[in-house]
Design a protein around this ligand. Structure first.
Ligand code: ADP
Ligand code: MG
Length: 238
């Protein structure tokens, strides 16, 4: 399960209101993209959902349970960081196992999950290598593997491809899309790149200055942008 509901969620840093109270519903299994220009609050919104930031007001429900005050580890969500967050001295296997080791999961269950994640990500032949012996795309897949083994209710991605070159980014978008099809797990993906949003999303959330300008499928946003900002950002002819 991975249904996430935000109810009048607000975020202030000191006196500055970065996110005025907003409502948002994410259905189980959806691929949702938060898109908008730099500084519009995409990362903050994702971090609020992850529990890495406290809400100033409002409630976050995960699968119908109030998660507003739960610490990140208790929310059942997995944040996928950029691949540079890997441990360079550890093998791929150990990097992927790390969150399970921290959770003191039984060894045989760890092994089962590592093998299943490696298979899903085509990393089976690379488990004994170190990150330095992998390509950029393979490293990013290891970072995703580390999230998969937690079997989360949802994956949260914050611009995971922004330090990859253009060709690799295209490949990784397809990898992530394929993974979403295989796992059918909710994914929330943050990007400032409208092409990424339009090609990957079931549902796009367009943000400007912490305000949701529009929520809809890529085609809905393209055909019926609600205002000039959405039209301009999405590249709609209207
Ligand atoms: P985005 O990810 O869309 O680029 P962010 O969510 O990182 O935007 O930032 C939204 C706004 O909140 C920006 O104006 C940023 O400067 C501000 N902000 C983010 N984190 C903090 C923080 N820890 N303290 C103060 N202001 C912050
Ligand atoms: Mg950001």
């Amino acid at each position: 399960m991975g249904r996430i509901q935000l109810k009048q969620v607000q975020k202030k840093f000191g006196e500055t209101e970065v996110i005025p109270p907003l409502d948002l519903e994410i259905e189980d299994g959806e691929f949702v993209v938060f898109v908008g220009p730099s500084g519009c609050g995409k990362s903050t919104l994702l971090r609020l959902i992850a529990g890495l930031e406290d809400t100033t007001a409002g409630n976050i429900e995960i699968d119908g349970e109030d998660a507003t005050d739960l610490p990140p580890a208790k929310r059942g969500l997995a944040m996928v960081f950029q691949s540079y967050a890997l441990y360079p001295h550890m093998s791929v296997r150990k990097n992927i196992a790390f969150p399970m080791k921290m959770a003191k999961m039984p060894e045989d269950e760890q092994k089962r999950r590592i093998e299943s994640a490696a298979k899903a990500l085509n990393l089976t032949d690379y488990l004994d290598r170190k990150p330095g012996q992998l390509s950029g795309g393979q490293r990013q897949r290891v970072a995703i593997g580390r999230a998969i083994v937690r079997e989360p209710a949802a994956f949260l991605f914050d611009e995971p491809l922004s330090n990859l070159d253009a060709a690799l980014r295209v490949g990784m978008r397809m990898e992530i899309g394929e993974l979403h099809k295989k796992l059918e797990t909710t994914m929330i993906y943050v990007t400032h790149d409208q092409v990424e949003a339009m090609t990957m999303a079931d549902k796009i959330v367009v943000l400007q200055a912490g305000v949701i300008e529009q929520v809809g499928s890529p085609l809905e946003l393209y055909r019926t942008p609600r205002n000039k900002f959405v039209a301009g950002f999405i590249g709609s002819p209207k």
